[in-house]
Design a protein around this ligand. Structure first.
Ligand SMILES: [Fe+2]
Ligand SMILES: [Fe+2]
Length: 174
């Protein structure tokens, strides 16, 4: 076994993040499933892709911990909400989740700075940038409800918009 190259505090924060990303994977999977049974086909595809993306985030951190000799811990995840009032409240919940993840990532950056842990600091840079995009994505989607509307036709338009973005989400190897 290799020597642990990060602090115990950093190890704990990164393992907590593994769980947060696992929570996000499950959360978006549950959202996708709700969209699918509600008839929002585009949104369903979008959130299935989003769920896959979160799993790649989780794996990145698992591999990093193991590479640093810190051993990743896979823990139980929170049960996600199974139903939503509307597509809009679902996207609001997604944005809230991303904002919480951003906070957690920024906290980890601060720990890495205090530790003078340049490796983890550099590793986290990708996540810092990713979170900017994640928040913008959901903020822009929420704007659509104000711009297009909230009646059935408007929701159908937004669903089509999400369908078009679903493939865009799935393509880049995150
Ligand atoms: Fe993530
Ligand atoms: Fe995310």
């Amino acid at each position: 076994m290799i020597r642990m190259k990060i602090s115990a505090k950093m190890k704990k924060a990164l393992n907590d993040q593994v769980r947060l990303e696992a929570d996000a994977t499950n959360n978006y999977l549950a959202m996708a499933s709700w969209c699918e049974v509600t008839g929002y086909e585009g949104a369903a595809n979008y959130f299935y892709s989003q769920s896959d993306e979160e799993r790649t985030h989780m794996l990145k951190i698992v591999h990093y911990l193991n590479d640093m000799g810190a051993i990743a811990t896979i823990s139980a995840t929170k049960a996600p909400a199974t139903s939503h009032k509307s597509l809009e409240t679902l996207i609001k919940a997604a944005l809230k989740n991303e904002q919480a993840v951003t906070k957690a990532i920024h906290k980890m950056v601060e720990i890495s700075q205090r530790d003078k842990d340049h490796s983890t600091y550099a590793f986290l840079e990708w996540f810092v940038n990713e979170q900017v995009q994640e928040e913008t994505k959901f903020e822009t989607l929420l704007q659509k409800f104000d711009l297009i509307g909230r009646d059935k036709l408007a929701i159908n338009e937004i669903d089509k918009l999400l369908a078009a973005q679903a493939t865009a989400v799935a393509e880049p190897a995150a």
